[in-house]
Design a protein. Structure first.
Ligand SMILES: Cc1ncc(COP(=O)(O)O)c(C=O)c1O
Length: 395
């Protein structure tokens, strides 16, 4: 047989999915597992959202539909973004996609030529470097460090910009660090993008899950409207992971490219999902603020619990639903800590290297799980922590 396309060999998978598979295997063998590995809210959409999907199906909205998305949904998204993010978006510049990930994939496909350099946050969503390599781009990570409170360092970004840089990817709140990029830092990144004529893909999928203060979209800064592609979706903020609803907001000159890529790939997004999306955005029952308040409560308590575990160090989560824990002081690798937690304590979490090599001393826990489960996870981790306390003692 002839070989597969070489791009396949440069793509990488996601640590969360492989830990999930291992945890499921242990569960099948009868072990009790607390799943803190996946980035999936443990909530489901409210009844009006489900009713809207059912009504859409009853009305026969199960056909091919508008490539860019149902116009009523795109208008609702524009109204939602004005209300929640203070940005004015033309509904004609929104292209729906079956999930934020495919929006990101196609946005990068629209922008990248082989040899183009892409700056992206590390630790960060594993798709950024994988997709970059898949399109022949060059990966140029900028680091989020504890020393810098997980904020990007605009000086580092400036130093890494070359004539071949085409794109900066930003993500706030960030997966896996749970950090929210400050207005000042985002403003400086936007100035760099304008100064060097770069595109920015702003991954705002966690934009609604912020625990204090105002959220600043990349579209708020001067000169950004013509160079920013926002990717967002319903998976996290509306607990709709399986509905596969996402979108790109692109500058008008890029919208035809995004539409062309939709035509050549998924054709359109499931129409009944889109009608449910309209109801989710209207959120008549206040489900989203309730969910975010609950995540805030859990995040604060879980981080406090993790900080009680010997040799664990966790910053307070500012957004998303991840606790990012430095485990270097255990004297074990993060992989070994995760193995002990999974196999001996039944707590599934992801070694930081899944989010970039510089994150090898960290572990990501998702706290999108009930408070009881999170408390139980801390109790179980405490019980197995002598495994690393003895290592610490011998050093
Ligand atoms: C930062 C980030 N971007 C994009 C996605 C993809 O989301 P979706 O379910 O909409 O494809 C995720 C999902 O984990 C994510 O964490």
């Amino acid at each position: 047989m002839r070989p597969l396309a070489s791009r396949i060999h440069v793509l990488t998978g996601e640590g969360a999915l492989s830990v999930f598979a291992h945890a499921n295997e242990l569960e099948r063998q009868g072990k009790s597992i607390i799943h803190l590995e996946l980035g999936e809210p443990d909530f489901h959409p409210d009844k009006p959202v489900l009713d809207a999907a059912k009504a859409a199906l009853d009305a026969g909205k199960d056909r091919y539909c508008n490539v860019a998305g149902v116009p009523a949904l795109r208008e609702e998204i524009a109204a939602y973004l004005l209300r929640t993010r203070s940005i004015t978006v033309d509904p004609n510049n929104i292209v729906m996609a079956p999930g934020c990930k495919i929006a990101l994939f196609l946005a990068m496909m629209a922008l990248l030529e082989p040899g183009d350099e892409v700056l992206y946050p590390e630790p960060g969503f594993p798709g950024y470097p994988s997709i970059t390599r898949g399109f022949g781009g060059i990966c140029v990570p900028y680091l989020l460090t504890e020393k810098n409170h997980m904020q990007p360092d605009p000086d580092e970004i400036a130093a890494k910009i070359t004539p071949r840089t085409k794109l900066i990817i930003t993500c706030s709140p960030n997966n896996p660090t749970g950090s929210v990029t400050s207005d000042a830092v985002q403003s400086r990144i936007s100035e760099l993008a304008v100064q060097h004529d770069l595109y920015v893909i702003s991954d705002e999928i966690y934009g609604r899950i912020v625990y204090s203060g105002e959220y600043f979209s990349m579209l708020r800064y001067p000169g950004m409207a013509e160079r920013t592609l926002i990717v967002d979706g319903f998976s996290k903020s509306f607990a709709m992971t399986g509905w596969r609803l996402g979108y790109t907001i692109a500058p008008p000159q890029i919208v035809p490219a995004m539409t062309m890529l939709s035509i050549n790939s998924y054709t359109c997004v499931a129409e009944f999902s889109q009608y449910a999306g309209i109801q989710a955005l209207r959120d008549s029952g206040g489900a989203v603020p309730r969910m975010v308040a609950e995540f805030a409560r859990r995040g604060a308590r879980f981080a406090e619990g993790l900080n009680r575990v010997p040799a664990f160090r966790c910053l307070a989560p500012e957004g998303a639903f991840y606790a990012w824990v430095n485990v270097a002081d255990t004297g074990l690798s993060a992989e070994e800590v995760c193995r002990i937690m999974l196999e001996d304590a039944g707590v599934a979490a992801i070694p930081g290297a899944a989010f970039g090599p510089s994150a090898r001393d960290f572990v990501r826990f998702s706290f999108a799980s009930s408070m009881e489960m999170l408390d139980e996870a801390i109790t179980r981790i405490m019980k197995v922590s002598p495994a690393w306390q003895s290592v610490v003692a011998t050093r």
